[in-house]
Design a protein around this ligand. Structure first.
Ligand code: TYD
Length: 208
């Protein structure tokens, strides 16, 4: 099986991380080589940037600073992890990628998708996800789940209006694209996972 690039996207609390863990079990069972990474983070520099971005103490952070920090973390992740893995034929699974910036910074923060796209272009180059799984969930449900799990980070502490723009933004940015599979995030975790595994099986078959 040749390598390809899978991305999980969705609002906070959509269950991306749970799905990635279930996928890890499956890939281990079928002895498939993969790497799993996350944004922001996934490298030493990226994890340091993550601490800054998500720290609830930095309430004064400007939207432009925020966009640049996400792009900086991503550029390092491309260079250190994603490009080498894809070039050596591995499956790469990333918890979020540039569409998160398109939605959170481009739409919810209002910087515009063109600006976000231009700022991210030098770090990403011509690499593109083969499939983006968009786990779609109403923002109230996502935030309710997050509050049960942990202390909210700086982005999660934003207003419900912000999270509403994120949910709407995802539907706008990801709808009608052939690289995107939308899954109803209110389904049972097992049902969502079945859908993801089927799609990856199909991709793997096509690549062989
Ligand atoms: P995530 O790691 O999904 O949060 P958690 O592990 O706490 O569930 O994402 C962290 C936050 O960063 C999330 O609120 C979405 C936001 N984000 C952006 O605003 N822009 C981006 O480009 C990325 C990658 C994430």
């Amino acid at each position: 099986m040749k390598g390809f690039f899978i991305v999980m996207e969705g609002p906070d609390g959509s269950g991306k991380t749970t799905q990635i863990e279930l996928l890890r079990e499956h890939l281990d069972q079928i002895h498939q080589e993969y790497i799993i990474t996350r944004e922001p983070g996934g490298t030493v520099i990226g994890e340091a940037i993550r601490e800054i971005i998500l720290d609830p103490a930095y309430t004064e952070m400007s939207p432009v600073t925020e966009m640049l920090l996400y792009a900086a973390s991503r550029a390092q992740l491309m260079k250190d992890v994603i490009i080498p893995a894809l070039e050596s034929g591995r499956i790469v699974i990333s918890d979020r990628f540039v569409d998160s910036s398109m939605v959170y910074q481009g739409i919810a923060r209002g910087l515009g998708p063109e600006v976000v796209s231009a700022v991210n272009a030098p770090g990403i180059g011509s690499y593109k996800p083969d499939r983006i799984f968009f786990i779609d969930i109403p923002e109230e449900e996502g935030l309710r789940r997050k509050k049960e799990q942990k202390k909210l980070d700086r982005l999660e502490q934003e207003s419900i209006d912000f999270h509403h723009m994120v949910s709407e933004g995802y539907r706008k940015v990801l709808s009608g694209r052939p690289d995107v599979v939308r899954i109803d995030g209110t389904l049972q975790a097992e049902e969502i996972q079945d859908r993801i595994r089927r799609e990856i099986g199909y991709l793997a078959g096509r690549e062989q």
